[in-house]
Ligand binder design. Structure first.
Ligand code: PLP
Length: 387
């Protein structure tokens, strides 16, 4: 990669200028190999004894994956990054090397459902205590983190999208020696850089905005080298949730357009929030605005709205033309996810049921369609489905 790490360049420039190819090619090569061979016994021994750093085996390191990791470290302003097969692989790999039986995790309420399941179904039976707290408690109770090993945060959190003052919480955490992890999938480093706010580890589901094209499931973790070394050794190598070279190639491609896509998502979201505010069929809007907490500089296309009980939600979802029903978010296509589907889920209690979400809520992922087209579809169908 060319040295474009001068702080004088903006993020758009860094992303466009990052050299990932070799021999003059622009994109990175997809280095589709499981292992790397060595010319000589000496070269092999030098590598295995740690005297050189050449790649050995793709579970542990691969040049295409490294190209993506370098871009992510640059974007988040961290020392190094580790790519993973999914956001959940990044999350579990961030948490598991840090906590031991008897430790406590303080987690934000309305956390991503599978992170909640990781804590409740896997870590709790291993003797890790987990407590859940509101955004306000994290911000306003400086002693909340006393005796806590790890604060697991999302800002904003899932579905209800409450943003948190990360600098403030990072300050509390430092006083108690608590490590902090933030899931930054919603804001992306374009709109929020948690490491600059004092957070220790950033994780992402790269399946969302970073990839941006609904064609890849992947994850990434960014931190200082001391922590990423531990994650590489104890989680990436031993659990083996590695990012594949082809997915890394797609992610590098996605990252090149991230700033433009985020600007477009923001424009559409601003238009929606403007029209939804005071709308007679809307009772509440969940969409953190730029500047609503320190360090958050943009609004993204993932927002939730609570609809008046005059609206027939299933009929509304079915009648929309430009919004597809589905999980996930962050692609070019618009999606709708009614909270009723999550609340109706059978089996053990999920995070939506535990933390309580209005059954009038629908989550929207506003894509890259024309903003006026999207609003026309949404508003005309909303009115048609109201009693
Ligand atoms: C989707 C998502 C995840 C999980 O990511 P995967 O790539 O699906 O494993 C984690 N956090 C948030 C906030 C998400 O939306």
């Amino acid at each position: 990669m060319a040295d474009v790490s001068q702080p004088t360049y903006s993020i758009e420039t860094l992303l466009a200028a990052a050299e990932t190819g070799f021999g003059g090619s622009v994109p990175p090569a997809i280095v589709q190999t499981s292992l790397f061979t060595f010319e000589t016994y000496q070269a092999f021994e030098d590598r295995m004894s740690g005297r050189t750093g050449d790649p050995v085996y793709t579970r542990v390191g691969n040049p295409t994956v490294a190209a993506f990791e370098e871009m992510m470290a640059l974007l988040e302003g961290g020392e190094t990054a580790v790519g993973f097969a999914s956001g959940m692989a990044a999350i579990s790999s961030a948490v598991i090397p840090i906590v031991r039986p008897g430790d406590r995790i303080a987690c934000v309420e309305h956390v991503y459902p599978d992170a909640y399941r990781l804590f409740e179904k896997l870590l709790r039976p291993f003797g890790v205590d987990v407590s859940y707290h509101s955004v306000t408690a994290f911000e306003q109770e400086p002693d909340l983190l006393k005796g806590v090993r790890l604060a697991y945060l999302e800002s904003p959190n899932s579905v209800v999208l409450e943003a948190m003052d990360l600098a403030k919480v990072a300050g509390h955490a430092k006083r108690h020696g608590t490590l902090t992890v933030v899931d930054n999938s919603w804001a992306t480093p374009i709109f929020q850089r948690p490491l600059q706010l004092g957070i220790d580890i950033v994780v992402h589901s790269a399946s969302k905005y970073l990839g941006g094209h609904s064609d890849t499931v992947a994850g990434v973790l960014v931190s200082r080298k001391e922590l990423t070394d531990k994650v590489r050794e104890q989680a990436l190598t031993l659990f083996g949730g590695k990012l594949a070279p082809f997915e890394a190639f797609l992610l590098v491609r996605g990252l090149r357009t991230l700033p433009v896509r985020m600007r477009q998502h923001q424009e559409t979201a601003n238009l929606f929030v403007e029209h939804l505010t005071g709308h007679p069929l809307v009772t509440r809007i969940h969409s953190p605005a730029a500047g609503s907490v320190a360090g958050l500089t943009g609004r993204t296309g993932l927002l939730s709205v609570e609809l008046s009980d005059r609206v027939d939600i299933p009929a509304f979802c079915d009648a929309l033309k430009l919004f597809h029903l589905g999980v996930s978010w962050g692609g070019f296509e618009s999606l709708i996810l009614p909270s009723r589907v999550g609340l109706a889920q059978a089996g053990e209690q999920n995070s939506m049921q535990r933390f309580g979400v209005s059954d009038r809520l629908v989550r929207l992922s506003l894509g890259l369609e024309n903003p006026q087209d999207l609003w026309r579809d949404f508003s005309s169908v909303l009115e048609a489905c109201a009693k």
